[in-house]
Design a protein around this ligand. Structure first.
Ligand code: FAD
Length: 490
């Protein structure tokens, strides 16, 4: 049987054709030397690869080298399609390597392209893609109809947080580190000492699964204890509750340790058994077979140049206090400092802090989308090229001119105040847009609209906001104030 070359995000059994297939994996040190990753991300990826190698024993040829090319053996290999343009180009350019279709997603690239082709000039709406996928995969369906008679529970799943310090969901399951983690930690310490690599964020206990066994355990625990409360407060943020009811499964999913279809099926089984309300099961399955697959397919569909889009001409560099994850405690705006603390401590925050705090702030300030994409990729434990590009360039920065999202995800302090407990004792007031205590998000929102008024003209979904900006008596003062703030930490 041909040896299967697996990459560090193809670690589950579904990337092999048989349990005893010979395997090749290459640990490339150049990857870490090139970019400043979060310490916990580097740890997670290396630990996962080395755990897989230990599991496979004699079955694997595990090589350490500077680059992939340096380590390739001279024998025929097969590989499942890699998840980046660069790796895809590399494997397709090698004479003795057979490239198989991608695995680790619930729909194939052909299925997506067939769907996209059928739409003609109609927008590639996630909702429509998701409904077709649900029917095709027969997930949460009663015959031809959606279970419970509804496809979408979004409106029920956007509640503000309850007025309490935590959501009250049970603590997530955490893995226990072992001697492979000790070895990884020692390597990372050594690379930092000898200057081979440098890392952002703090080292911490490993919080995410690195083996198939751990990943299944994390999935079981989530479905049993936390999925029932996943839906309603999906978009809410609490400073005393970093995890809320989120699954924390993006890291093991993106490492290839879990097959997304098995994850969705587990959620459906829990609903059918009466253990999980429909709105929670649907909300979760929508993320897995809807959003996750949609973002993956758009990465390829929009092409290699999509990452360089910059429709709003955002040219400001991402400032250092941000890339350093507010290490020196300069940020006073409580939402931003709390979210950067989360990234610094865990390399993870949930979707709304990513979109409506970090992404929103960058959008308002006109930071370069390509730099921001790179920062997200390096700083998050679940960050990979395929998942970052459409999420950052398209969803969060509107840099694609509206291909993915119909309007920019820009919002002022009122949204953050409604959806979190951050604003209570913040030194800024979300209702103020000018003055010493003016909220940088509220002022930033109007500044963003004003700067981009011409480019956004014609977008019906933002027309009202654009019109009301002209009625602000203090707009000139606000613009002066925000220009002066420039890239300083708010
Ligand atoms: P849950 O809330 O429990 O959701 C379940 C699963 O749905 C996730 O594990 C993930 O696999 C999937 N999912 C949901 N939304 C998305 C999405 N938009 N894109 C892809 N998968 C999705 N997700 C990543 O996996 N890696 C990233 O690097 C990443 N970067 C992001 C950057 C920005 C600016 C934004 C707005 C979103 C990003 N996301 C990313 C999507 C989403 O925020 C994370 O998947 C999620 O927060 C991970 O936590 P969780 O596993 O607890 O998710």
């Amino acid at each position: 049987m041909t040896r299967r070359w697996i990459f560090g995000d193809q670690l589950g059994p579904h990337f092999l054709d048989a349990a005893d297939q010979p395997v090749l994996m290459i640990e490339s040190s150049r990857v870490f030397a090139r970019r400043r990753f979060h310490r916990q991300k580097a740890h997670l990826v290396l630990s996962a690869m080395r755990h897989r190698a230990a599991e496979l024993g004699d079955q694997i040829d595990y090589r350490k080298a500077a680059t992939y090319r340096d380590a390739l053996p001279s024998e025929p290999l097969s590989v499942c399609q890699p998840t980046t343009y660069a790796a895809d180009r590399l494997v397709r350019g090698l004479p003795d390597v057979q490239v198989l279709p991608a695995r680790g997603f619930t729909s194939s690239r052909d299925e997506f392209e067939e769907w996209a082709g059928r739409r003609g000039s109609k927008r590639l709406l996630m909702e429509d893609f998701y409904r077709e996928a649900r029917s095709r995969l027969e997930l949460l369906m009663d015959g031809r109809n959606p279970a419970g008679g509804r496809w979408n529970f979004d409106a029920d799943n956007r509640l503000p947080p309850p007025k309490q310090p935590t959501l009250g969901a049970s603590e997530p399951w955490w893995p226990t580190e072992d001697e492979i983690d000790d070895e990884v930690r020692a390597d990372l310490d050594r690379w930092e000492r000898d200057g081979t690599a440098s890392f952002a964020g703090v080292d911490g206990p490993r919080r995410f699964a690195v083996t198939r066994g751990e990943a299944v355990r994390a999935l079981d625990d989530f479905v049993e204890h936390r999925l029932p409360s996943f839906g309603p407060h999906e978009d809410a943020m609490l400073s005393g509750d970093d995890w809320m009811s989120h699954s924390l499964l993006s890291a093991p999913l993106n490492l290839g340790l879990l097959d997304p279809l098995e994850v969705a099926e587990r959620a459906e089984q829990a609903y059918r058994a009466g253990d999980v309300p429909l709105q929670s099961a649907e909300g979760f399955i929508r993320q897995i077979i809807g959003w996750r697959d949609y973002i993956w397919h758009l990465y390829w569909h929009f092409g290699a140049d999509y990452r360089h889009r910059n429709a709003l001409h955002a040219e400001e560099p991402v400032p250092q206090w941000f890339t350093d994850l507010d290490r020196d405690g300069e940020v006073q705006a409580r939402c931003l400092s709390e979210v950067l603390r989360g990234v610094r401590e865990h390399g993870w925050v949930h979707h709304i802090p990513r979109l409506m705090v970090l992404g929103n702030y960058a959008l308002q300030r006109g930071w370069r989308p390509d730099q921001l994409t790179d920062w997200f990729h390096r700083s998050f434990v679940d960050g990979y090229d395929w998942v970052m590009v459409a999420n950052v360039v398209g969803m969060s920065q509107h840099a694609d001119g509206g291909l993915l999202a119909t309007k920019p995800y820009a919002a002022g302090g009122a949204y953050i105040d409604k959806m979190s407990d951050f604003c209570g004792d913040c030194r800024f007031d979300p209702k103020k847009r000018v003055g010493d205590d003016a909220c940088p998000f509220t002022a930033g929102y109007w500044w963003f609209l004003d700067r981009n008024a011409e480019r956004l003209q014609g977008n019906q979904r933002i027309a009202r906001a654009l019109a009301s900006r002209n009625r602000l008596a203090d707009l000139d003062d606000l613009v002066r104030q925000e220009r002066a703030r420039s890239s300083a930490a708010p």
